[in-house]
Design a protein around this ligand. Structure first.
Ligand SMILES: [Zn+2]
Length: 639
């Protein structure tokens, strides 16, 4: 799970926790609307719901009259909203100007509350706002595992009610019902729930996307709603008519469908969205933690309009459907500005698209968040302090190599060294680093840029990838003339990087002389914190998986295993962390490099010199319960 910093005095409501009573609302807090409008809203909701009887409405009315809190008295919601603004400023989430901007925007938009427009304006994230609500109103924050497995009071609080009011009953605690609310300032909802269920209601603050995904779980339905199939097919008779396609792509149902697809992907913490029509269906898949998940099939007739919509967003030519195109667009999803890189490609069954999700805020360049083991971070950071030489990060595609390099550079921040990076493409901007993007079409290759950059007196040069012989040789030459060169290579192990450089035609003496260190890494999935369980002994697990690594020095005892729950889509895992090995060549290893020794020999010597292999390091991580031995063996191999 993505852990976010929680302000100090926020209580988290997990299952079986007790809630604060809603009577603990701060002084000055009053229901959102005056009694009359609250009651009329209440009546409207009740009347629109077929399951309510007239008796219930009458009863509700009299209850409203009798309740102390509903007397039409001085109404000071503004004061609470102001305190929320102050809370956001104190937490450094929003400047007073931003909040003022939101307040004015809200005022201009009818009677909206300032805090309600912060998310759509992209000023604050949903979780941050929820934490501030919790703090200011002194209500517990609802944890994702606090939601029930089946709906509570489904007859009294049906799906329509739950969706409309953005509230979910969590559990009964004696006569009290705990209720998760997306808008805790709307006390009207808890009043209605209290009347309907005849329970005292205690409120907790929900993070809206967690609440929404709980609702979708409790009341499964097609997430993107439905579009009239007949309409689509009628329109698609004229599919070749580009103008028509453009119109369809601008129509509300398609816009909503696309934004639902994107929103869902972001909520699932996916890295990519795949939109693939085949001859029968339109398949939507998300990549989460490195694996593809099928997220439903839609009528194939919808595909051209959806693809066109995405192409319009990314400024691509919607008339061109026979050539691949690349583009990007930005969109605010639940309060976070997110970049999407779009790539479309023709296929035999129609055009397909892949959207890469680049959430800058999800990348924190923090070793703690990457999960890289402490001894690796220390060795890597020490290597980055060298005045010259080569530091490499290796691993397969998607193993987080670049993020680790960025994180290392970021940690150097504030030093007085001149840092230049050459990348293809520049995905994340780094403060204090001059980033240059390659452009092969006009001859701006890695090696070309590298040569010019070296004339500009850099101290540290980061080269996105040692992709070809020329780049590798130029990089090593730069290292030999007093620069520290950082780069990545596609190899599975640290020792593999050495032989790869040699295979690319870099002279062994340069490698032996200039290599400061190699960090090889792999991403492994983290066990879901809500469902993981202890099971089995290390030794038994090794035997079962056919691991031959020596057990000496491995912490023995029980290990953890994946189970699967609603939160982790029944995979047992959620999020990923990096495991790795760091090879710092000893004199003996340098001699082996000079004598063209093979990978295995170099690796054996490095282990003798004290290198902790990736498998060993991964097993140590598994013994702490962060991941499973199965996952380590799957990603790292059996050694
Ligand atoms: Zn789980």
């Amino acid at each position: 799970m993505q852990s976010t910093k929680t302000p100090m005095n926020v209580t988290i409501l997990r299952r079986r926790d007790s809630c604060h009573s809603s009577s603990s609302l701060p002084e000055g807090y009053k229901p959102q609307s005056s009694r009359d409008s609250a009651l009329s809203r209440f009546l409207r909701r009740f009347r629109s719901n077929a399951s309510s009887t007239y008796d219930e409405v009458l009863k509700a009315e009299s209850q409203f009259e009798s309740e102390e809190g509903n007397k039409p008295d001085s109404f000071d919601l503004e004061c609470v909203v102001k305190r929320i603004g102050q809370g956001l400023q104190q937490a450094g989430l929003c400047t007073s100007q931003d909040f003022e901007r939101a307040r004015l925007g809200a005022a201009g938009d009818g009677h909206l509350r300032a805090d309600k427009v912060l998310i759509p304006l992209g000023l604050v994230k949903e979780r941050q706002l929820a934490e501030i609500y919790s703090q200011v109103l002194n209500l517990p924050l609802v944890a994702p595992d606090a939601y029930p497995k089946t709906p509570l009071f489904p007859d009294l609080l049906p799906e329509s009610f739950v969706r409309e009011t953005k509230s979910v009953p969590l559990a009964l605690d004696g006569p009290a019902l705990m209720l998760a609310l997306a808008d805790p300032l709307d006390r009207f909802v808890s009043d209605v729930v209290s009347i309907r269920t005849k329970c005292t209601v205690r409120t907790g603050v929900a993070v809206p996307f967690e609440l929404d995904s709980a609702i979708n779980r409790l009341f499964p339905k097609n997430p993107a709603g439905s579009i009239s199939r007949k309409d689509l097919q009628n329109d698609l008779l004229l599919e070749r008519d580009i103008e028509r396609l453009k119109d369809m792509a601008s129509e509300a149902p398609i816009i909503r469908l696309v934004s639902d697809i994107i929103q869902r992907a972001v909520e699932m913490r996916a890295s990519d969205i795949h939109l693939e029509p085949n001859s029968k269906e339109f398949v939507i898949r998300y990549r989460c933690d490195g694996l593809l998940f099928d997220d439903g099939r839609r009528p194939v007739a919808e595909a051209p309009a959806v693809l066109s919509r995405i192409k319009i967003m990314a400024n691509l030519d919607i008339a061109e459907r026979r050539l691949p195109q690349d583009g990007r667009f930005q969109m605010s999803v639940r309060g976070t500005e997110i970049d999407f890189r779009v790539s479309t490609m023709p296929s035999t069954s129609g055009e397909v698209a892949v959207l890469r999700i680049l959430d800058r805020t999800a990348i924190t360049f923090d070793f703690e968040r990457l999960g890289l083991q402490r001894h690796l971070v220390e060795a890597f950071q020490k290597a980055l302090l060298h005045p010259n030489g080569v530091v490499l990060v290796t691993g397969p595609t998607g193993s987080g190599k670049t993020t680790t390099l960025y994180t290392g550079l970021n940690a150097l921040g504030g030093t007085i060294r001149n840092v230049v990076s050459i990348e293809d493409p520049v995905e994340y901007r780094l403060d204090g680093v001059r980033q240059i993007q390659t452009n092969e079409a006009i001859g701006l290759t890695f090696s070309e840029i590298l040569r010019s950059v070296l004339r500009q007196d850099p101290d540290i040069v980061m080269v996105g990838e040692l992709r070809d012989t020329e780049t590798a040789r130029t990089a090593l030459q730069a290292a030999s003339t007093g620069h520290l060169v950082l780069s990545t290579l596609h190899t599975n192990s640290a020792s593999g990087a050495i032989t790869r450089l040699r295979d690319m035609g870099v002279e062994g003496y340069l490698v032996a002389q200039l290599l400061v260190g190699v960090l090889a890494q792999r991403l492994v999935r983290r066990l879901c914190i809500y469902c993981k369980r202890q099971g089995g002994e290390v030794e038994q697990t090794f035997n079962r998986l056919g691991v031959t690594a020596s057990l000496s020095n491995v912490a023995t005892g029980s290990v953890w295993e994946a189970v699967g729950c609603q939160y982790c889509r029944n995979t047992g895992y959620s999020g990923r962390l990096a495991v790795g090995e760091f090879l710092e060549p000893s004199n003996l290893v340098r001699e082996l490099i000079l004598s063209n020794a093979d990978e295995r020999t170099i690796r054996a010597q490095a282990s003798k010199d004290g290198m902790i292999t990736m498998l060993r390091s991964g097993i140590d991580v598994a013994c702490t319960g962060e991941t499973s031995i199965e996952e380590i063996v799957k990603q790292v191999g059996r050694d």
